[in-house]
Write a protein that binds this ligand. Structure first.
Ligand code: PMP
Ligand code: GLN
Length: 386
C-alpha cells in the first residue's frame, strides 16, 4: 500500500518543544543537577497528600461543578479578602481551573480575537504568545529594562494602538524575579482606563515576595480589579506543580466570558484535588503566610553559596528564580553557555533569551532555587569551580 502523506498547516510554525521539557530531559540524561524547570525537589505537605488520598478513597471522583467545588471557591474568596482586601463572589467571580496555563489560555481565547493586539512584556512566560497567536491576535512585546527588569510605562503607552485589547502582566515575574510596585499599579490603572484595556494578571508566585516587600495584586485595587482576570496556581503555593490546579478571579462580566471557554477547554478541574485543597486551606491558613520566609531562606542560601563564584547576581525580590550573570566567565550567547554548563559542569539552567523576542544585551541564565539545601549546595559547588 502506498504511504499516505499528510499535509499539515501548523498554527504555531515557530514553536517547538518547550525549553523546560528540553532542559529537564537533558539534566536527567546527563545526571546533572536540575535547576532549570521551575519545580521543587521536595514534596507537598504530608497532611495535604493524605487529604487527597482520603477524598479519592471516599469516592469524590466524579465531575465536580464546572466553576469548581463550592468549598474551595469559598476558601479562595476568604483568602483574597484576608490578604488583599478584595470582595469577590465565590459564585460569580472565582473559577477553579486545571492549572494556571489553561486559565491563561482560556482568558486569552475568550477575550481577544483576529485583528486585536495584546501587550506582553519582554521577556515573558512562554505560554502567553502562543495563546495569543492561537486566538488569532497579535502579541506586541515591550522590553523590560535590565538589569532590574522594571517596566517602562511610557514605552508601554507608546505601544498601545486602537487595536490593543489586553495587557498581560506577571508579578512576581518569571523569568527575571522582578516585582511590580504600587507605583507600577497606578501607572497600569491609568493606562488601562485611558485605553479601555483588559488586564490579564499572572500572579502564580503571589506568595514568593521577599525582603519585606508586599505582593501588588490587581485585587488590591478596585478600579484595576474591575477590568482584570487574575490567575493563580496551587502548584506553586503547595509544592505540588504536578497537581495542575489553580484559579482565576475576575469581575462577573469577564468571568462569564472566561467560563464559556473554560467549560469547553477543560470543563472542570480534578475533583478530589479540589476537596483536598479546600480542607487544607481551612486547616492550615499559615502555610501560605510563611512561604515568603521559607523561600527567602532558600534564595539567600543559594546566593551566599555562589557569592565566591565568578557569576554575579542580579536582584531577585520575587519568584523562586535567580538570574546569574556570566559575563565575567565567557563571551558567548546564553544558549551556548547553558549548554556548556549542563554538559561540562553538570548544572542545568534556562537561558533568558528563550523568553524574549528581543533578548537584552545582558548575559544571564535563570536558576530555580526551589530545592533542598543539599541540592543547592552541590550546584553552588560546581558553579564556584568554573
Ligand atoms: N505562569 C507562570 C509565570 C509560571 O511560571 C507558571 C509555571 N509553570 C505558570 C503560569 C503555569 O502554572 P500551572 O503549572 O499552574 O499551569
Ligand atoms: N513555570 C515553570 C518554569 O518556568 C515550568 C512550567 C513548564 O514546564 N511548562 O520553569
Amino acid at each position: 500500500m502506498k504511504a499516505m502523506t499528510i499535509t499539515v498547516k501548523s498554527k504555531l510554525p515557530h514553536v517547538g518543544t518547550t525549553i523546560f521539557t528540553v532542559m529537564s530531559r537533558k539534566a536527567e540524561q546527563l545526571g546533572a543537577i536540575n535547576l532549570s524547570q521551575g519545580f521543587p525537589d521536595f514534596d507537598a505537605p504530608l497532611p495535604l497528600r493524605e487529604l487527597l488520598a482520603e477524598h479519592v478513597a471516599a469516592g469524590r471522583n466524579q465531575y465536580p461543578p464546572m466553576a469548581g467545588v463550592p468549598a474551595l471557591r469559598e476558601q479562595i474568596a476568604a483568602k483574597v479578602a484576608r490578604i488583599y482586601g478584595a470582595d469577590v463572589s465565590p459564585e460569580l467571580a472565582v473559577t477553579v481551573v486545571p492549572g494556571a496555563t489553561t486559565a491563561i489560555f482560556s482568558a486569552i481565547l475568550a477575550l481577544v480575537g483576529p485583528g486585536d493586539e495584546v501587550i506582553t512584556l519582554d521577556p515573558s512566560y512562554d505560554s502567553y504568545e502562543p495563546s495569543i497567536t492561537l486566538a488569532g491576535a497579535r502579541a506586541i512585546r515591550v522590553p523590560l529594562v535590565p538589569p532590574a527588569f522594571g517596566v517602562d510605562w511610557q514605552r508601554v503607552a507608546d505601544s498601545v494602538s486602537p487595536r490593543t485589547r489586553m495587557i498581560v502582566i506577571n508579578t512576581p515575574h518569571n523569568p527575571t524575579g522582578a516585582i511590580l510596585s504600587a507605583e507600577d499599579m497606578s501607572a497600569l490603572t491609568a493606562l488601562a482606563e485611558r485605553h479601555n484595556l483588559i488586564v490579564l494578571s499572572d500572579e502564580v508566585y503571589e506568595h514568593l515576595v521577599y525582603d519585606g516587600q508586599r505582593h501588588e495584586s490587581v485585587l488590591r485595587y478596585p478600579a484595576l480589579a474591575a477590568r482584570s482576570l487574575a490567575v493563580f496556581s496551587f502548584g506553586k503555593t503547595y509544592h505540588a506543580t504536578g497537581w495542575k490546579t489553580g484559579y482565576c478571579i475576575g469581575p462577573p462580566e469577564l468571568t462569564a466570558e472566561f467560563r464559556k471557554v473554560h467549560q469547553f477547554n477543560t470543563f472542570v478541574a480534578v475533583a478530589p484535588i479540589q476537596y483536598a485543597l479546600a480542607d487544607f486551606m481551612a486547616r492550615h491558613p499559615e502555610h501560605y503566610l510563611t512561604l515568603d520566609n521559607f523561600y527567602q531562606a532558600k534564595r539567600d542560601f543559594f546566593n551566599r553559596s555562589v557569592a565566591e563564584s565568578r557569576f554575579t547576581l542580579t536582584p531577585a525580590p520575587g519568584t523562586f528564580f535567580q538570574l546569574l550573570d556570566y559575563s565575567a566567565i565567557a563571551d558567548v550567547d546564553d544558549v551556548t553557555m547553558c549548554e556548556r554548563l549542563v554538559t561540562e559542569h553538570g548544572v542545568a539552567s534556562i537561558p533568558l533569551s528563550v523568553f524574549c523576542e528581543h533578548p537584552p544585551a545582558t548575559r544571564v541564565l535563570r536558576f530555580c532555587f526551589a530545592k533542598q539545601e543539599s541540592t543547592l549546595a552541590s550546584a553552588a559547588e560546581r558553579l564556584c569551580a568554573i
